[in-house]
Design a protein around this ligand. Structure first.
Ligand code: ADP
Length: 191
């Protein structure tokens, strides 16, 4: 274990059990749905886990922000700051954010370091037909502006460590695929 001292909130120990699983994808693709059983599985395996979910974070930490590119970038930058601190203290942080811009995902990766990007892939028409939160209907009606996939871009990940296609796979298989990857690449020891 190395001690990392810098000018952040607390010096802390660099506990190498921590890492981030970053779920990116359209609204309704399945990020929140995957994060919960994924977190449970990791807790059952004995790890400390924290989920940072866009919908929750935006009601608290970043409630002052909207959905312009500038505000989306600030949202990811603040979340990255918090995630990095938790990762450093040995926590597995599951981040569930649309995070539509490549540059911001790259920023999160570089800041956090121990980082696995999961593209939660799902065609727009499937997300729209699910319309879990009724937001696509509102976006189509022009009641919501800057809605990803409708009048705001989503930049598809080019080299994510993992792709789960939620229009083709079962939830169990998606969680298994993520657990298998983090075991295989040594983030967690095989059980
Ligand atoms: P997001 O967090 O990406 O906005 P949600 O998890 O809130 O998306 O919503 C995804 C919706 O898709 C849920 O209603 C979920 O039950 C549904 N769904 C259907 N099949 C799958 C699957 N294979 N994996 C994940 N979600 C799925």
């Amino acid at each position: 274990m190395t001690v990392k001292m810098d000018n952040r909130l607390s010096p802390g120990k660099n506990d190498e059990r921590g890492f981030a699983i970053w779920l990116t994808g359209l609204s309704g693709a399945g990020k929140t749905t995957i994060s919960i059983p994924l977190g449970k599985r990791l807790i059952e395996m004995g790890f400390r886990v924290q989920i940072l979910d866009g919908d929750v974070v935006r009601k608290k930490l970043t409630r002052d922000l909207g959905f312009t590119k500038e505000d989306r970038d600030k949202n990811i930058e603040r979340v990255t700051f918090v995630a990095e601190l938790m990762v450093r203290h040995g926590i597995i942080v599951i981040c569930a954010f649309i995070s539509p811009y490549k540059a911001e995902r790259r920023y999160a990766r570089e800041e956090i370091g121990r980082f696995t990007e999961v593209f939660v892939k799902c065609p727009l028409d499937v997300c729209e037909s699910r319309d879990v939160k009724g937001l696509y209907a509102k976006a189509r009606a022009g009641e919501i502006k800057h809605f990803t996939g409708i009048d705001d871009p989503y930049e598809i990940p080019e080299n994510p460590e993992i792709v789960v296609d939620t229009s083709m796979m079962t939830l169990d298989d998606e969680v298994d695929k993520i657990i298998d990857y983090v075991q295989k690449y040594g983030y967690i020891k095989e059980t």
